[in-house]
Design a protein around this ligand. Structure first.
Ligand code: IMP
Ligand code: MG
Length: 179
């Protein structure tokens, strides 16, 4: 697949993405051992690749579900509102939930989702993310499993999009000159 080298620089190769996924899987496997009550909740659309690769590395028989959030007011100066476009599809009261994100930025979408799932009364609720733009955090959320902490920059590939394109790139690339 073609990426314009003048516009983007390689950030994580497919192999490095894989290693990062494996490190998250290892931590989850260690923490939960064999557990048949785990539900991984992927946040659409961005987390679909992380979900696909992560579930295949877990030792427990996990269930999968997906939610979709919509952020209004992307700019830092606005108090963004988040709504759910797609909710979970199962009763999670007797389940251990792990929310799966590809990247956390302000944390607003995640905080909204966390509170919402917590209100449904799961046995436990944790968060996993491939990438964490920690310096951009606006709301406080505790992230249990972090693949990599990254600097403030715009990333594409492996689920991450720029206006809905580039999600299918196997590696992750950074925009060279953000405007
Ligand atoms: P938050 O609510 O500000 O944390 O929004 C996080 C969401 O914004 C992620 O789940 C992504 O969908 C999107 N996002 C944040 N940073 C990037 C990026 O660098 N590239 C593409 N999407 C991003
Ligand atoms: Mg997302």
């Amino acid at each position: 697949m073609f990426v314009d080298e003048r516009q983007f620089r390689s950030f994580l190769s497919p192999g490095e993405v894989r290693e990062t996924i494996l490190s998250i899987a290892e931590q989850i496997n260690k923490d939960y051992e064999m557990n048949d009550k785990i539900v991984l909740v992927g946040v659409l659309k961005g987390a679909f690749m992380v979900m696909a690769d992560l579930v295949r590395e877990l030792h427990s028989d996990v269930r999968v579900d997906f939610v979709r959030t919509k952020n209004y007011g992307k700019s830092l100066s606005t108090v963004g509102t988040v709504t759910l476009l797609q909710d979970i599809s199962m009763d999670i009261r007797d389940k251990h939930i792990i929310i799966v994100e590809e990247i956390i930025d302000s944390g607003r979408a995640l905080k909204f989702l966390y509170d919402r799932l917590q209100a449904a009364g799961p046995l436990s609720l944790r968060i996993a993310t491939l990438l964490d733009k920690r310096s951009r955090r606006l709301v406080d959320v505790h992230v249990d499993y972090v693949g990599k902490i990254v600097d403030e920059q715009f990333l594409i590939g492996y689920g991450l999009d720029l206006e809905e394109t580039y999600r299918n790139l196997p590696g992750i690339h950074a925009l060279r000159y953000p405007n």
